[in-house]
Design a protein around this ligand. Structure first.
Ligand SMILES: O=C[C@H](O)COP(=O)(O)O
Length: 256
């Protein structure tokens, strides 16, 4: 954890949740009030829930985000959701370039970059996801993949306020597997150095999240790593108890 940066605990509900999931949001919001206000908490809900979730979270410490946006703000794109629409519903963040979208919808680095630009233009903070596949890791290509994704997916307009980077090794997502502490440390240091070289102080101030099988049991160890400024949590964000178990690791780390 980089002490100077306010940590961000982000949940990604993926394609899970109907109206009844708002009870989970309420329980998380209630649990977060019991923890010191030294970190940010975000839930990225399905687009169908963003408006209700943002209303429900209004008086709480929870912020709401989307999981994807179009590169444009309006037009003939059946089924798509724009960053303007998410902002209008009360979102403050949007995930772009998640590996599931890169795989399921053949999203390229260039497309992810344009989505991030659209998010920024709408006043949202773009959480840009990067990370290598298991095959790429086995071939020793992790840093090369991460560097390419950073170069091509992060727009020149990125600042410490409008962009967050999430390093999510694809092979660690939903598998219960995590990289070693040394591997996370080395990739996050690489990302920090790259961003600082390209963006100066803005790059030094961008929050870097780790994602991939983060649980209550490993949160403390993972979040204690240098240049890990928070987490992007999938499965464990769907149950309030599981998410709050991760949240409880944050106050100590924020003060470290
Ligand atoms: O966006 C979240 C990540 O894909 C991590 O998912 P996971 O915590 O279920 O491994």
């Amino acid at each position: 954890m980089t002490p100077a940066l306010r940590p961000l605990l982000a949940g990604n509900w993926k394609m899970n949740g109907t109206a009844s999931a708002l009870a989970t949001l309420d329980a998380i919001a209630e649990g977060i009030t019991r923890l010191p206000d030294v970190f940010d908490t975000l839930l990225c809900t399905p687009a169908t829930l963003v408006h209700r979730a943002a209303s429900a979270a209004k008086a709480s410490r929870i912020q709401i985000g989307g999981q994807d946006c179009h590169t444009g703000q309006a037009g003939a794109h059946t089924g798509d959701v724009s960053a303007d629409m998410l902002a209008d519903c009360g979102a403050h963040f949007v995930i772009v370039g998640h590996s599931e979208r890169r795989a399921d919808h053949a999203e390229t680095d260039g497309l992810v970059c344009r989505k991030a630009q659209a998010a920024i233009a709408s006043g949202l903070t773009a959480i840009i996801c990067i990370g290598e596949t298991g095959g790429e890791k086995a071939e020793g290509k992790t840093l090369a993949v991460v560097e390419r994704q950073l170069l091509k997916s992060v727009p020149d307009s990125a600042t410490a306020q409008n962009v967050v980077i999430a390093y999510e090794p694809v092979w660690a997502i939903g598998t219960g597997l995590t990289p070693t502490v040394e591997d996370v440390a080395s990739v996050h240091r690489f990302i920090r150095d790259h961003l600082a070289a390209r963006f100066g102080a803005e790059g030094a101030g961008m929050r870097l999240l780790y994602g991939g099988s983060v649980k209550g049991a490993n949160a403390h160890e993972l979040m204690a790593i240098d240049h890990v400024d928070g987490a992007l949590v999938g499965g464990a964000s769907l149950k309030a108890d599981d998410f709050l178990a991760i949240a409880r690791a944050f106050p100590a780390l924020a003060k470290a």
